[in-house]
Structure formats: structure tokens, C-alpha cells
Design a protein around this ligand. Structure first.
Ligand code: HEM
Length: 515
């Protein structure tokens, strides 16, 4: 069986590999924009095909809905993150939930889950709303001072950072009021300064990581080049700020022991007597660094892309504003929207789902099969010899690239206009028969299954609150001559063509809407 299954991957079609040593890795990591290769490859070879990694390794590329469901959900723990991806996460965030696998991950997730229930997160709505109104007040000030075009992604990131600090740790970054917080400074352009367009040598080096035992590999963090120095500096700073917060919390009362905010669940896990619910101090600090980093820029960038699409589609922007204002008009003056109100804004929500579909901030994930297995497929593969496969036998150790951005644009799932902005697709709810993947709106944007984004509900509620406040008060227009690119820096970041040295940015013309 082992031999046969190896043969199956060998039989798959796929793009030619430019070199044995580097495989397709350099071209994949150096796409000028996210999806430049993924989309045409899927059109040409189907949803599952063969690519080459470094050192001659075969890497199966897939965006097949059933394969994704199997890899992330049904057999989640049998497809851990590839060792090099796990180590890269550890370099940035330490031994937290994003790095952990198997039993360790289960333990981390068990501790964290109570802080991320729907009920717990809905209670943050007023906090998100007050953050949103502090942000829009700043925008009004800027406009009054004569600034009409500004980098909205930076402002959104300052706002989501304030929100995560306060929601998770009762900590005030004060990022909206001042850009000087050292932790927020150390996160600025963290990915685009380090992971954008890597060299062949870098990729060859990282291609060896999966063959090095973790006990030795962990020392790569001390390599004295820019990437490792930046990541280490961020991690150390995030952990030391976190330690200060824990000490502060310890000096005040811990309440009645039932609080479910992130900080309380972490501190309780440190003193828990149940070994399956314990975290050591280093794990707790890593967890806090993880929540801060994972919890702010992803949401801010999603919203930046949404304002960008609304700038390109003024009719949709207008429709969203009208929907919000119509609801507002029904309420007594000065009333804040509740969660029920926000959830009733169907067009606004459809636009939010559409942006999550077209702009998955994490565009791809890498996984390894821990054992021999047979992958079920929704979209059959035609092999090099013309054979049709409805499932794919694979061998232990098989690596995968899972393309989230390509899944989110599969015509078989989303229709023939899958490459285009069309929020109305989400208003049609008759397409319920699809293979269910992911945690929200059948999208892979938050990943799926056992290691799916723990903060997806947090992100969705925060997006709703910030979006409604922004669109109700301001009009957004794309400045003339500005071309925005989707840069592949591990996460997808917006940059202006020809001005990449200026880093992540989404400059939009913002004007105040009359009441
Ligand atoms: C639009 C916003 C967001 C997007 C697109 C997003 C996306 C993702 C994705 C794709 C993963 C899986 C990563 C992997 O397998 O390597 C993930 C994991 C994670 N996310 Fe998010 N995320 C978002 C917001 C948030 C927020 C707001 C928080 C925290 C409040 C958060 C916390 C986490 C954590 C802790 C994990 C690791 C979960 C685990 O390994 O069990 N994320 N996220």
C-alpha cells in the first residue's frame, strides 16, 4: 500500500518545477500578489495537484472542499502544522496555542475556549463601539485640520490594538491617542519587514528544518539576521509587558473565580490542579503575545480591504450606509446598536463576508500527514495518465499547501463570478448543500476544525462595530492614481504600487457624511 500511495502523488499533474533544489518554492513565495500563481494553477490543474518543495520534496497543493474538511476537521490532529511552520510561529510567539500540536494543543485550547464563547464575546460590543467612536473622533479631527487622505489601515490597527488590549487583558495600549507605545511600534510592519519575498538561500535553509529535532531547531531564534532579531525582540517585549500585566492583576482581587476574560482563564490555569488544564508561566506569556498579535492586525487589515472595496463600489457603499441609517432612524436618538440590531443589517453583513472571502489575511497554510491516509475529494483529479481519482491515497510525511485564497474563489462553491466582488451572493441562502468547511460563512479565512481561529467571533463582532461606525459617518474614495497590491508577507498586507518602501498602507480619501 505504501508504495502504491507514493505512486499516486507521483501521478498527479502540476506546474513544472524550475529546479530540483528550490522546486516551486521560490516562485510561490515570491508571487507579486497573493494568488497570482494559485488562481491560474487551479484553473489549469484542478483543485488538487503536485508541486515541488525545496530539496526535491513533493508537496500536494489543495483547495478541495472535502480534502480541507478532512485535513482540518475530521482528522485534524493527524495533520499537524509542518515542523518549519510550527518553529516559525514559535520564533515569533513562543510556546503558545498557535505553535502547540497534539495533546499540548488540546490542553491550551481547553484553557482558552471559555474566554471565546459567543456569550462572552457579545459582552464586548460596547467596548468595540466606544473604541470605534474614539477612532472616528480622531478622523473628524484630522479632516477638520485639513487632512483628507490618510492611511486607514494604520488607524484601524491602532483601534483593534486598543480593543484587544482592553478586552483580553484590561490593558490600555492607548494606541488611538498616541503612536508611541513601544509594543505597538515593535509590531509595525513586523511581517512585511521579515517575510516578504524571501531569498532562495533562506527557503533552502528553512526547507531543512523539518529534518532537525525540535530540541536543536529551537535555537534558530538566536540567528543574528534581521528576521530572527525582529521576531525575538517582539516576543521578549510582548512577554515582558504580559508579565507586568499578570503581576498587576495578582495584586488586585481575582474576583469570584468565575470571570472568563482571557487574563482570568490564563491566571487560573497557572494554579490549576488538573494537569489537562494547566499552563506554565512561559506558556501563559506566549499565549498573551499570541492573542495580542493574532487579535489585532488581522481584523484591522480585513476592514481596510473592506473600505477599499467600498471605495471601488460606491453604489454598495451607499446601500450599506442607507441600511445603517434606516435602522438608526427607527431608534431613539443616542441609542447604541445592540448585537440584534447589527445582525439585522443583512447587506452590511453580506459585504463583510464577501471581503473575508476575497481577502483572506492568512492566504495559505501548510500541513503534514502524520500517518498514511486516503484523502476524500469533492473535485476529482485527472492524473497524468488520464485516470480519474475521486480520492487520493497519501503516505505518512506527505506535505500539503492548503490554499485558502483559492478555496475562497472556487467556482464550484461560489459560482462563475467567484473572482469578482459581489456581496449579493451571500444574500442567496439557497446554496446550503455545499461541503461544510471553516467556521464562518463556509469560508476558510479563519481556517477550520481543531486549530481554527479561536478569535473568529471576536473578529466578526469587532468588524461589525467598527464598520458600521465608519460607514455611517464617512465616505471613502480611492485616491486617483493609487494602485493597491495584495502583498504576500506570510499574511496578506496592502501596499501601494511603486511605494513599497513605505510599508503596509491603505490610503483612502475620507470625508465626513452629513447627518
Ligand atoms: C479577520 C480576522 C482574523 C483572521 C482572518 C484570522 C485567521 C486565523 C487563521 C487562518 C488561523 C489558523 C492559523 C494556522 O492554522 O496556522 C487563526 C488562528 C488563531 N487566531 Fe485568528 N484570525 C482573525 C482574528 C483573530 C482574533 C481577533 C483573535 C483573538 C482575539 C485571533 C486569535 C487566534 C488564535 C489564538 C489562533 C490559534 C488557534 C489555535 O491554534 O488553536 N484571531 N486565525
Amino acid at each position: 500500500f505504501a508504495r502504491r500511495s507514493r505512486d499516486y502523488v507521483r501521478k498527479l499533474r502540476g506546474p513544472p518545477s524550475p529546479s530540483w533544489l528550490l522546486g516551486n518554492e521560490v516562485e510561490i513565495r515570491n508571487q507579486s500578489e497573493v494568488g497570482d500563481l494559485d488562481f491560474p494553477w487551479v484553473r489549469e490543474y484542478g483543485a488538487t495537484f503536485n508541486t515541488r518543495g525545496t530539496w526535491g520534496k513533493r508537496v500536494v497543493f489543495t483547495c478541495d472542499p472535502r480534502a480541507l474538511q478532512h485535513i482540518f476537521h475530521t482528522k485534524g490532529y493527524h495533520y499537524p502544522k509542518r515542523a518549519d511552520a510550527a518553529q516559525a510561529t514559535r520564533n515569533i510567539l513562543g510556546r503558545g496555542i498557535m505553535w502547540a500540536s497534539g495533546d499540548t494543543h488540546q490542553r491550551h485550547r481547553k484553557v482558552m475556549n471559555p474566554a471565546f464563547t459567543a456569550q462572552q464575546l457579545r459582552a464586548f460590543l460596547p467596548l468595540f463601539q466606544s473604541t470605534a467612536s474614539r477612532m472616528t473622533q480622531k478622523w473628524k479631527d484630522l479632516i477638520q485640520a485639513g487632512e483628507h487622505t490618510f492611511n486607514v489601515s494604520r488607524w484601524l490597527a491602532r483601534s483593534t490594538l486598543d480593543a484587544i488590549g482592553e478586552a483580553a487583558f484590561d490593558y490600555r495600549f492607548g494606541a488611538i491617542d498616541s503612536a508611541q507605545n513601544p509594543l505597538s511600534k515593535s509590531m509595525e510592519n513586523l511581517f512585511s519587514d521579515t517575510l516578504l519575498y524571501p531569498s532562495g538561500v533562506d527557503l533552502l535553509f528553512k526547507g531543512l528544518w523539518q529534518y532537525i529535532p525540535t530540541s536543536i531547531l529551537q535555537y534558530v531564534e538566536y540567528i543574528p539576521t534581521k528576521e530572527y532579531i525582529r521576531f525575538r525582540a517582539f516576543r521578549k517585549l510582548a512577554k515582558s509587558v504580559s508579565k507586568g500585566l499578570i503581576e498587576q492583576r495578582a495584586s488586585v482581587s481575582m474576583g469570584d473565580g468565575t470571570s472568563r476574560d482571557v487574563m482570568s482563564v490564563l491566571v487560573r490555569a497557572n494554579v490549576s490542579e488538573d494537569p489537562k488544564g494547566q499552563l506554565d508561566e512561559d506558556e501563559i506569556l506566549s499565549q498573551m503575545a499570541t492573542i495580542i498579535l493574532a487579535g489585532y492586525e488581522t481584523t484591522a487589515l480585513t476592514l481596510a480591504w473592506l473600505l477599499y472595496e467600498l471605495s471601488k463600489h460606491p453604489e454598495d457603499q451607499k446601500m450599506m450606509r442607507e441600511e445603517i441609517r434606516e435602522l438608526r432612524a427607527k431608534l431613539p436618538r443616542g441609542t447604541e446598536f445592540t448585537m440584534l440590531h447589527l445582525d439585522s443589517l443583512t447587506f452590511t453583513i453580506a459585504c463583510m463576508k464577501e471581503v473575508l472571502r476575497l481577502y483572506p489575511i492568512v492566504p495559505a497554510l501548510v500541513r503534514t500527514a502524520e500517518r498514511d491516509d486516503v484523502l476524500p475529494l469533492a473535485l476529482p483529479i485527472v492524473t497524468k495518465d488520464g485516470e480519474t481519482l475521486t480520492e487520493l491515497p497519501i503516505q505518512k510525511g506527505q506535505d500539503f499547501i492548503v490554499s485558502i485564497c483559492a478555496y475562497n474563489r472556487l467556482p464550484s462553491v461560489w459560482g462563475s463570478d467567484a473572482d469578482e466582488w459581489n456581496p449579493r451572493r451571500f444574500l442567496d441562502t439557497s446554496k446550503e448543500k455545499q461541503t461544510s468547511v471553516g467556521v464562518y460563512a463556509n469560508l476558510m479565512t479563519f481556517s477550520g476544525g481543531v486549530q481554527a481561529c479561536i478569535g473568529w467571533r471576536f473578529a466578526v463582532i469587532e468588524l461589525q462595530a467598527l464598520l458600521v461606525e465608519a460607514v455611517e459617518n464617512f465616505k471613502f474614495v480611492l485616491p486617483k492614481g493609487v494602485e493597491i497590491m495584495r502583498l504576500p508577507a506570510g499574511i496578506m498586507v496592502p501596499m501601494v504600487r511603486g511605494k513599497m518602501s513605505e510599508g503596509t498602507q491603505m490610503p483612502l480619501q475620507v470625508s465626513l457624511m452629513e447627518e
